[in-house]
Design a protein around this ligand. Structure first.
Ligand code: BYC
Length: 480
């Protein structure tokens, strides 16, 4: 079969020859109604009958894998798509380095693999749940469409993980697939597994920050899993990364456009001081210090997703050949990491200090460091826009010890520069670093829908180009 082409004949589009795999096909068909019920209950609120100009994967050929058309979201063809197999691929790291990749789950690593697949799977529906109320306050039809594109693709990523569970993990996999539809973001009794996925996404600036920062964690984790010696996981993640790129585009350009609207309005009104918050807000745009606070919040929440600084889980997963480093295949070392060290920021004698730790135990940190580098590239592009307007303000990522709930720094309070604060100081100064109730209230007051083609809310600039090269007045969503 031609792996690049996707079979659209059955209920579940796929390029994994589901038609010849009766057991898995039946299992997925049985899971399908529960998924659609979940989508109808927890997916975008109020737009299920609207026609949305969405891309759907029709191939896994990197040169042309998607087609665009109007679709009602519940009719979106969620499918199972794996990147093509690389012939002769070998396990790239760990104790099995150089052995042929596994096509079945090795018994000894079953529990570890299942846990990773379940955690990855859990984040996908969680983000859809977090974003379900945003449609009603979209700043434009263009943005509304992008939100829904992200949502349907996160739904597809859930399918990707559920396929792995159903195909390779027997009864346990089936139970885990069910549980993925039962947990709910923010629910007191059955929350999603990782902290950041139980937070609210209350407004569009949060959505853009989330897709910039948290989807980028998704990219890093998927890149690490794409290196896996378990080939079906690697191929699944490789194709997910193709879709993920658009999500980060939505985040990066979204925040850029917010910054641009602010800078343009300030220039027009002759306001030079970015800290003149009251005057800037009167212009119907979001002041730069508040944008900084939102970045502080979403960056710090996302850092928690990298787990503990020193992690036996991470060491075991690497040693086993299950989860690699960011772009492991491009790194030039022995890919075993035994006896080597990696510098990790830790809390030693009450001070934040760099300590050399065994490289295997420090893998979460290595991935987090790569993540911070990647974030800074995007932040640099935001700052370029501010500089082009001649405004003296620079957005900075806060220190990694700031506002943490997982790992070394969960036990302390620190400011955005990494200076430790006592509880009283923290309480007093919290509003300097993180959005205050007043900031939240102001942002909320701006969140009014703008559903006329080619019109944008005051607080966000129009995009440079349309999706699928459509002209500015294109009706990206036909609201029903
Ligand atoms: N919240 O040894 P440690 C995405 C737990 S985003 C709650 O450091 P490890 C997306 C941990 O589970 C990417 N608990 O853990 C983005 C463990 O508990 P148990 C999602 C946490 O395994 C936007 C214990 O603490 N994918 O795709 O080294 C939209 C010890 O911790 C947290 C993945 O994350 C936390 N934040 O690292 C849509 C990839 N952190 O098992 C989608 C798969 C740690 O001892 N996951 N704990 O009871 C992993 O690779 C790892 O499990 C983690 C944690 C990086 C999450």
């Amino acid at each position: 079969m031609n792996i690049a082409a996707v079979d659209y004949d059955g209920l579940i589009p796929n390029n994994v020859a589901l038609g010849q795999d009766e057991r898995v096909k039946r299992a997925l068909e049985k899971w399908h109604p529960g998924y659609i019920n979940w989508w109808n209950d927890m997916g975008p609120d109020g737009f299920q009958e609207s026609l949305v100009y969405l891309r759907t994967a029709v191939s896994v050929d990197p040169k042309g894998w998607a087609k665009f058309d109007y679709v009602r979201m519940p009719d979106y063809r969620w499918g199972v798509l794996l990147a093509p197999a690389q012939e002769g691929r070998k396990i790239p790291f760990g104790r099995h380095k150089g052995e042929p990749v596994w096509q079945e789950v090795p018994g000894e690593y079953r529990a570890m693999l299942r846990r990773l697949v379940v955690i990855q799977g859990d984040t996908e529906p969680a983000s859809v749940e977090q974003q379900r109320h945003l449609g009603k306050t979209a700043p434009s039809l263009y943005d509304l469409r992008n939100l829904f594109q992200v949502n349907v693709e996160e739904g597809r990523h859930l399918w990707a993980m559920v396929y792995l569970l159903q195909k390779y993990f027997g009864t346990d996999g089936r139970d885990e697939a069910e549980a993925l539809l039962q947990r709910r973001s923010g629910d007191a009794d059955t929350p999603r597994m990782l902290g950041a996925f139980n937070e609210k996404t209350p407004d569009w600036l949060s959505f853009f920050m989330f897709t910039f920062f948290t989807d980028r964690d998704g990219k890093m984790q998927l890149e690490a899993l794409a290196q896996s010696g378990f080939d079906p996981l690697s191929r699944t993640c490789r194709f997910m990364l193709t879709e993920e790129a658009h999500h980060m585009f939505v985040g990066e350009t979204g925040v850029t456009r917010v910054i641009q609207a602010t800078c343009e309005a300030m220039k027009k009104a002759g306001i030079e001081d970015p800290n003149n918050i009251a005057e800037v807000r009167k212009l119907g745009v979001i002041d730069l210090p508040t944008i900084q606070k939102k970045a502080n919040l979403h960056f710090s929440l996302t850092l928690d997703l990298f787990g503990n600084e020193i992690s036996t889980n991470a060491a075991n997963a690497f040693h086993a050949g299950i989860k690699g480093r960011y772009r492991e295949d491009r790194l030039k070392d022995d890919h075993l990491l035994e006896g080597t060290t990696y510098p990790v920021l830790r809390l030693v004698d009450g001070k934040i200090q760099n300590v050399d730790a065994p490289a295997l135990s420090a893998l979460n940190m290595r991935l987090r460091d790569d993540y911070v580098v990647d974030c800074n590239v995007g932040v640099g592009r935001w700052n370029k826009v501010i500089a082009e307007h001649g405004i003296a303000f620079t957005i900075k990522l806060p220190h990694v010890a700031f506002h943490r709930h997982i790992g070394e720094f969960a036990s302390i309070k620190a400011d955005v520069d990494g200076n430790m604060l006592g509880d009283a100081d923290w309480t007093k100064r919290r509003g300097e670093f993180l959005p205050s109730d007043g900031d939240k209230g102001f942002i909320e007051s701006l969140m009014q829908s703008q559903f006329e083609p080619n019109k944008f809310a005051s607080w966000i600039a129009s995009p440079r180009v349309g999706i699928d090269n459509k002209p500015g007045d294109f009706e990206y969503v036909k609201i029903a």
